[in-house]
Design a protein around this ligand. Structure first.
Ligand code: HEC
Ligand code: HEC
Length: 260
């Protein structure tokens, strides 16, 4: 009775946690992280320079450097303006991923502090080689059909997570382990232990990929133990890779937008 109650409390907490893990990359209004600013600068260089110029002051009617955007008071508004354009002007709707919007907003809000030419992301080609080689990422992760399913698939990571969030994952920084990615341990009535990663969960059941890459669906009421762990099995790459190598890897991961 008591344990059933506890399980359903866990379930409710999880539903909340999972819902919040689906929030867009742009969560922290007014807080800009260096990595997002840098990523934003590269997206800006590719998509915005033609009209707004290197310094953001090319257009007579709007100077991005003074930070006064009549139609975009909040960061959320600014993200929407960048995505949806401004009707009746040359600024037309364009599809950007959440990660790109987070970067663009961070960069535009800081455009006077960050000279455009001064920022470079890493080299994504070198990053891909590190992913496959020294980083051994492919021994746990899957990208475009290659690799195991024991860790989260990364084919869409560059669209789903902000640059700063991906960097936190590589550094193993606090807050990098998002709730749905927490590993779980379940013990069945007969004592069988299942370690795995959740794909889906509701109050009564959980679907997971176990460490043998099997898809398992469990009724929580039939379990002796159900524990959500708070430590990741992913190596901390702060020491394993140099700063430059991590920058290259980040550049590569940001190219993974699920389009292939
Ligand atoms: C094809 C030209 C063009 C491109 C490309 C373009 N813009 Fe604009 N943008 C404009 C024009 C024109 C305006 C001014 C509209 C007006 O108010 O008259 C504007 C306005 C803005 C504003 C002011 C919004 C407000 O609240 O008034 C921001 C911020 C902005 N652009 C950011 C960007 C960013 C970031 C990019 C790249 C992702 C971008 N723009 C790409 C032409 C462009
Ligand atoms: C030993 C297995 C293992 C290796 C090796 C590994 N990872 Fe992970 N990774 C995981 C697990 C498990 C998670 C989910 C838990 C977490 O977020 O820490 C994860 C999470 C991540 C995330 C966050 C996913 C999300 O949904 O936000 C990223 C990004 C990532 N890994 C990238 C990498 C890269 C790049 C490498 C190689 C440098 C790598 N991983 C190597 C196991 C691994």
């Amino acid at each position: 009775m008591n344990s059933l109650f506890r399980l359903s409390v866990v379930g409710i907490v999880l539903i909340f946690a999972m819902a919040s893990s689906n929030l867009s990359a742009q969560e922290d209004e007014g807080r800009y992280e260096q990595t997002d600013i840098e990523y934003g600068a590269t997206v800006y260089a590719e998509h915005c320079v033609t009209c707004h110029g290197d310094n953001g002051d090319l257009l007579p009617q709007i100077n991005l450097r003074n930070g006064r955007f009549p139609n975009s008071p909040s960061d959320r508004d600014l993200g929407n303006t960048i995505r949806n354009g401004l009707p009746g002007t040359a600024m037309v709707p364009t599809e950007y991923t959440d990660s790109e919007i987070t970067g663009l907003v961070a960069y535009v809000r800081n455009i006077s502090n960050v000279p455009l030419g001064s920022v470079t992301l890493g080299d994504s080609v070198r990053g891909q080689a590190l992913y496959e080689g020294k980083g051994e990422c492919g021994s746990c992760h899957r990208v475009f059909g290659q690799g195991p399913r024991s860790a989260p698939e990364l084919s869409n990571i560059g669209a789903m997570r902000s640059a700063a969030q991906i960097e936190r994952s590589l550094l193993g920084t606090e807050g990098s382990l998002i709730p749905i990615n927490r590993p779980v341990r379940a013990v069945m009535q007969d004592g069988t232990v299942i370690n795995g990663r959740r794909l889906n969960e509701d109050t009564f059941t959980v679907q997971l990929i176990d460490d043998q890459e099997r898809l398992v669906s469990l009724e929580k009421s039939g379990l002796i133990e159900y524990t959500i762990l708070t430590t990741s099995s992913m190596p901390v790459y702060e020491q394993i890779l140099t700063d430059e190598e991590r920058a290259d890897l980040l550049a590569y991961l940001l190219t993974l937008k699920g389009l292939n």
